[in-house]
Design a protein around this ligand. Structure first.
Ligand code: GRF
Length: 212
């Protein structure tokens, strides 16, 4: 059973999808702890309700990003995780943090990367008249939202859609693909090597695993 540590800043609906998948045996692992940079993140409540230790660290109590991340690494490492999962964790990571968990840290980003790294992805998709949008699970590297993509899910964007409608459509897909990818990792099927993602010994293309 692999040990998972999840980092959240907000709602934690992706955390919930992962907790559910662990409980149902779809992920051969368990969430050892959840951390947040926001004490009021609802994700922490979800963790506690699932009986998982939940911790908050306040950035204001640290001199700088490196100091915050050093403490976070100490606390994370106390749980000896096999995998660190960023699930709506809205904080830039220090280089040391990224290096420490290289090859064992995943993120989910609400766009079809490399399109729209950073914030406000749904708004950009709507404003640009995109007919297709989506979400990407990727390994975390030093480049913001730039690590190798493992799996993407696409959603349509209809004319007249609001940001909330698009966000809900994207999240529905996120709750399916994030547990799936975590499950692959937990089963030892997924690796990062030579700057690429590999599944079952095969290098995945830049857009990640292709169904079919
Ligand atoms: C998700 O849409 C994810 O793509 C982005 O932040 C959102 C987190 O949602 N990184 P939740 O906290 O998991 O509900």
């Amino acid at each position: 059973m692999k040990r998972l540590v999840v980092l959240v800043s907000g709602q934690g609906s992706n955390l919930q999808a992962i907790l559910d998948a662990c409980r149902q045996g779809r992920i051969h692992g368990s969430v050892a702890a959840v951390f947040s940079n926001k004490a009021d993140a609802y994700g922490l409540t979800r963790a506690r309700e699932a009986g998982v230790p939940a911790h908050a660290l306040a950035a204001a109590q640290f001199a700088d990003r490196d100091a915050f991340d050093r403490q976070l690494m100490l606390e994370i490492d106390a749980y000896a995780p096999d995998l660190v999962i960023l699930a709506g964790y809205m904080r830039i990571l220090s280089a040391d943090f990224v290096a420490r968990y290289a090859g064992r840290m995943l993120n989910i980003h609400p766009s079809l990367l490399p399109k729209y790294p950073g914030l406000h992805t749904h708004r950009q998709a709507i404003e640009n008249g995109d007919e297709e949008h989506g979400t990407s699970v990727h390994f975390v590297t030093e480049e913001l939202d730039g690590g190798p993509v493992i799996l993407q899910a696409k959603v349509p964007v209809f004319s007249g859609d609001t940001i909330d409608e698009v966000a809900a459509r994207v999240q529905h897909q996120e709750h399916a693909i994030y547990p799936l990818v975590v499950g692959w990792f937990a089963d030892g099927r997924l690796k990062m090597q030579d700057g690429a993602a590999w599944l079952d010994g095969e290098q995945l293309p830049p857009e990640g695993y292709a169904w079919g």
